[in-house]
Write a protein that binds this ligand. Structure first.
Ligand code: COA
Ligand code: AMP
Length: 642
């Protein structure tokens, strides 16, 4: 059931039948230093590599070529921060000047091609400048989300081994200032790997002390470099060279460093801006994510600029900065044609403004499309957004690993009918199949593991940073010839994809991907905790929130409420506030199978109030009654009285 006007079916079919022809053509939208002669080499890398002999510079494609082609005075970035009460705009020419200056600063500090630079920064223009400057000099950036605590940052420092770390004195959250510098200092102290230097942006809201010999003041370096007219040139890199590493939750506390290349990333992202998002060069695009997530990398920083569009970076929340009309104010004020955000943001807005009164206070005539991703777009939220906004609401499915949309509804090619609950259809290059445990395809409408036939299209992960074997193990070994998404779902008779949940221990909290295994490691480290289980339970706004069940060690006599509080604080200190871990409940025992596996699925059903059946393999059925007794009153309090 496709509309006859959409070019989607033909385009997707061609991308699978003739991938080199398809992506070779798409690659012509990029300015190459040496255009690729080999579009795809199946013998390279873990499943082949794209554009292997191409030479390119990502920053050149994001900035220099637009300045050279008449966009010098067009705004490249609008930074809108209700938290600092500022709006800052940089034209393409100004952005290029800033980026070349910061590139020169890093280069003169000894950062070169292939060196890693970690960013632990708030949503400020300098973060975009620094990411593009890394791309310009061939350095590999790795952005760590500001809501992660020192230990998480330390793990990433250990793994990426950065020469340089970029940070700021503080971030701004509603009602509180996040002091980044002490977290950075603690992370460096915890890590065996020490950077050569740190560059710290002093924000006016709160300054910090700098460590002599290690820390440098961002603005002082900038002033000196500008006075010296220091500008970095674009460094040619191979298409297959890494552009960035982005860490994402794995099934343990050790995050996975997804490696993104330069060439494939350029080609796929540029293709997506019109064909998927329906945005034309010169228009204003707003992605309301954070630069610490893949969506922020791709659609705040790179894709809009590769396309010659204007990108909005927003330092605020959907509600409370100052109210549930914040999104509509930004769209109207900057004439954004599209917004890309997470369903959780809409659930939050809907709760505050159920009738959409705030929406009607703003002129949204330029606004054409709402895109949702990061978690399953629940049908009631999509329906509410459609009714209120009267524009197409497009759910699309993503992973950090893919770098761009796996399944979506392509506005530029012609919209397909929307089916609530489905992110629609596979994008070019993705052959999606649903299989059972024996890797056999299941019939339409049947749930199974969602897998993608290799090769993955351009922009998808090349490997995990310095861990090819872990990458194979995580993604390629279980279903040979396929990439395992670790998402479960089904395809319907029209080829629409329905993504229903994860097959591993990952939970999705307010659009943020978190590992319950990682949280269990933290809980288990508490001296009074003998055993624990963490599971995601339903939450009306965040979709899911983590809940920890604790079994105390024999002989613990302290009040359990005290220990529960300590455990909550421990997760916040170790993983970070982003985990939203607020609920720890003590139980006498955990329900297990006879082979000792904790029955997390059944506990989750009990906690969510869903129907559940007694698992045949349970060791002692009475434990579930105990769990129900312990959970019910606490759940009600946590979920309904929060
Ligand atoms: N630095 C430091 N702390 C941060 C942070 C950052 N960059 N980002 C979030 N946090 C903190 C918050 O202050 C909060 O701390 P608290 O426990 O002290 O309140 C905690 O981490 C959880 O933050 P968040 O997930 O943003 O929840 P919230 O309750 O503040 O706001 C929503 C709820 C729904 C409004 C918010 O989650 C939201 O806008 N989500 C959209 C997410 C999104 O766009 N994801 C991108 C995927 S496409
Ligand atoms: P991340 O790597 O942080 O982008 O998270 C990726 C995971 O989020 C996916 O594996 C899915 O589980 C979930 N996800 C993202 N977008 C969607 C969507 N549109 N529908 C359903 N799940 C989604």
């Amino acid at each position: 059931m496709t509309t006859t006007t959409s070019r989607y079916r033909a385009v997707h079919a061609r991308s699978l039948a003739d991938p080199t022809g398809f992506w070779g053509e798409a690659a012509q939208e990029i300015d190459w230093i040496a255009p690729p002669k080999t579009i795809f080499d199946p013998a390279m890398g873990l499943y082949g590599r794209w554009f292997v002999d191409g030479v390119v510079n990502t920053c050149y494609n994001a900035l220099d070529r637009h300045v050279a082609n008449g966009r010098a005075d067009q705004v490249a970035l609008i930074h809108d921060s209700p938290l600092s009460k500022t709006v800052t705009k940089l034209t393409y020419a100004q952005m290029l000047h800033e980026v070349a200056t910061f590139g020169a600063i890093m280069r003169d500090m000894g950062v070169g091609k292939g060196d890693r630079v970690i960013l632990y920064m708030p949503m400020v223009p300098e973060a975009m400048i620094a990411m593009l400057a890394c791309a310009r000099i061939g350095a590999v950036h790795s952005v760590v989300f500001g809501g992660f605590a020192a230990k998480e940052l330390a793990t990433r420092i250990e793994d990426a081994k950065p020469k340089l770390i970029l940070s700021a004195s503080c971030g701004l959250e509603p009602g509180r200032i996040v002091h980044y510098k002490p977290l950075l200092d603690e992370a460096i102290a915890l890590s065996h790997i020490k950077p050569d230097a740190c560059i710290i942006l002093q924000r006016p809201q709160h300054g910090c002390d700098l460590i002599t010999g290690r820390d440098h003041d961002w603005n002082a370096l900038r002033a000196t470099a500008i006075a010296a007219k220091a500008q970095a040139a674009c460094v040619p890199v191979r298409a297959t060279d890494p552009l960035y590493i982005l860490y994402t939750s794995g099934t343990t506390g050790k995050p996975k460093g997804v490696v993104r290349d330069n060439g494939g990333h350029l080609v796929a992202l540029k293709w997506s801006m019109f064909n998927l998002y329906g945005v034309k060069p010169g228009e204003v695009f707003w992605c309301g994510s954070d630069i610490g997530w893949v969506v922020g990398h791709s659609y705040i920083i790179y894709a809009p600029l590769l396309h010659g569009a204007t990108s909005i970076m927003y330092e605020g929340k959907p509600i409370g900065t100052p109210d549930a009309g914040a999104f509509w104010r930004v769209i109207a004020e900057h004439k954004a044609v599209a917004l890309f955000t997470a369903p959780t943001a809409f659930r939050a807005i809907r709760k505050e403004d159920p009738d959409g009164a705030m929406i009607r206070k703003h002129d949204l005539t330029h606004f054409r499309t709402l895109f949702l991703a990061g978690e399953r777009a629940d049908p009631p939220t999509v329906a509410w957004a459609e009714t209120q906004l009267k524009v197409p609401v497009i759910d699309h499915w993503w992973q950090t690993e893919t770098g761009w949309c796996i399944a979506g509804n392509p506005v530029g090619l012609g919209l397909l009918p929307v089916k609530h609950g489905s992110p629609t259809v596979p994008m070019p290059g993705y052959r999606i199949e649903v299989v059972d445990e024996a890797a056999k395809p299941v019939p339409a409408g049947t749930m199974g593991s969602i897998v993608i036939k290799l090769p993955l299209p351009p922009a998808c992960l090349a490997t995990l940073w310095e861990q090819d074997e872990r990458c194979k193990e995580a993604y390629f070994n279980e279903f040979p010839g396929y990439y395992k998404t670790s998402d479960a779902g089904y395809l319907d008779a029209d080829g629409y994809v329905f993504v229903m949940g994860r097959t591993d221990d990952i939970i999705n909290v307010a659009g943020h991907r978190l590992s319950t295994g990682g949280m269990e490691e933290i809980l288990a480290s508490h001296p009074d905790v003998a055993e624990c289980a963490v599971l995601g339970i339903k939450d009306a706004i965040k979709g899911e929130v983590p809940c920890g069940l604790l079994v105390m060690k024999a002989g613990v006599t302290r009040p359990v409420a005290e220990i529960e509080k300590e455990v909550v604080a421990l997760v916040r200190e170790t993983l970070g506030p982003v985990a939203a871990f607020k609920l720890a409940i003590t139980v006498a025992r955990l329900p297990k199978t006879r082979s000792g596996k904790i029955l997390r699925g059944t506990i989750k059903k009990i906690a969510d109030g869903d129907a559940w059946t007694m698992p045949a393999t349970i060791e002692d059925p009475k434990v579930l009654d105990e769990i129900e007794g312990a959970l019910k009153p606490r759940m009600y309090k946590a979920v309904f009285e929060a």
